[in-house]
Design a protein around this ligand. Sequence first.
Ligand SMILES: [Zn+2]
Length: 282
Amino acid sequence: MKVLMIGAHQDDNEFRCGGLAHRLVKKGHEVKFLSMCNGCGGHHIMTPEETTAKRAKESAKVAKLLGITYDVWTDMNDCSLVADLATRRRLIRYIREFSPDLVVAHRPNDYHADHRASGQLVMDASYMLVVPHECPDVPAMKNMPVIMYNEDNFRDPDFRGDIVVDIDDELETKIQIAHINDSQVYEWLPYTENETVPEGETERYEWLKGMDTSKSYTDKEIMELTRGYAVRYAKTAARFRKELIKTYGKKKGSKIRFAEAYQICEYGSPMTDSIRKELEEN
Ligand SMILES: [Zn+2]
């Protein structure tokens, strides 16, 4: 299976889908990340050029850790992505060239204009992928890929957990992904959220998690925690506990601690049992 995960920025795919990406690679599937923007806007001290260069290095490390290929549209500045015809056609050609079975994208309702445009562009491109007279220089696909949205917390409309994936075995990888994106998690995001980052490598790494992962928590306790990357994925498991039990059975589903969630997009090909099995089975 070929899987294309499309985010607006470097860290969107990583934080939202990194566990699934790593699992699929370990199962022998081919996974590619695309960041539609170059990361230039994501820092308060470094210049846009310095930030772009730093983000590129971080993404290369993530690609190596996960065993994926990673493309960045280096000419597309942050805060500049627009769902226009030229960018739609660029995306149609890009998706056709890789010809994925599954695409993971942002929902088109999101707080960030780049996320919204990125999700909208995938929706706009989806049917055109199979239309031969649209972008005739790149052969049209025979079938549309299956398309899923990665998880967000927006409630209007609410995100639906159609596919909720057990990532207990990937939690350490996900924390490492966050750690690799150090200009984000230790510098830029704390700046935007008025957080103080502890000194020292070990202290920072523990702070990144936001919880003591050696302890057990109830779903209610998890929902009361406020920050950290382990907390983020523990909250997904707590939020979609019913779905985890439905997928993995009561015994296992009620014990899963960390999860990623996806909503099936109705504009792609229908989800198949075989793809679902590859996503859900450990
Ligand atoms: Zn983003």
